[in-house]
Design a binder for this molecule. Structure first.
Ligand code: MN3
Length: 205
């Protein structure tokens, strides 16, 4: 059977300090993300037909997953996909503004880059409880919105290009209840080169 795998982080656990702390990164990747991968593999173990599907296809066709395991696949498959993207759209010495055609598309959609950041941050703050804020491509257009729990934009036919985890496990050790401060600081670690790549790939679909 083909198993889903947890990839290593593309940088050290302490690389995003001081904005995202080392202990949070260790637990977030090694415990939380690892658990999503294990739970997903367990759910699929008696479903060889589903094991051969890519994670992306599994989530896009979430409604064709048998009801007995659909919620588990939704939560854990979503969790696996969301975190796999999340690690790559961050990097040490990130932040600033994107270059290339992504920044043009952002300006066209949101007016200017600061307005986009404000809107995205509001969306992140507006998710009550656990979930994610997203910049996605949908029908050839950029869109910002949020999802609950581990729901992935892929489940709604949208292609995520930037995502922010606003579950408390993503920030509580360092920021406690101060989600606003976490969101503000997180902009300093965004890997815009990767987001630009995601945007380019989304346009080719
Ligand atoms: Mn998380």
């Amino acid at each position: 059977m083909t198993e889903h795998k947890l990839s290593d982080l593309p940088y050290e656990f302490n690389a995003l300090e001081p904005y995202v702390d080392e202990q949070t990164m260790r637990l977030h990747h090694g415990k939380h993300h690892a658990a999503y991968v294990n739970n997903l593999n367990n759910a699929l173990k008696d479903h060889p037909d589903l094991q051969n599907k890519s994670l992306e296809d599994l989530l896009k066709d979430i409604n064709s997953v048998p009801e007995s395991i659909r919620t588990v696949v939704r939560n854990n498959g979503g969790g696996h996909a969301n975190h796999s993207l999340f690690w790559t759209i961050m990097k040490p010495n990130g932040g600033g503004e994107p270059k290339g055609d992504l920044v043009d598309a952002i300006k066209k959609k949101f007016g200017d880059f600061e307005s986009f950041k404000k809107k995205f941050s509001e969306i992140a703050m507006g998710r009550f409880g656990s979930g994610w804020a997203w910049l996605v491509m949908h029908n050839g257009e950029l869109e910002v919105y949020n999802t609950a729990n581990q729901d992935s934009p892929l489940m709604e036919g949208k292609t995520p290009i930037l995502g922010l985890d606003v579950w408390e496990h993503a920030y509580y050790l360092k920021y406690q209840n101060r989600r606003t401060e976490y969101v503000e600081n997180w902009w300093n670690v965004v890997n815009w080169e990767q987001v630009q790549k995601n945007f380019t790939n989304a346009g080719k679909r």
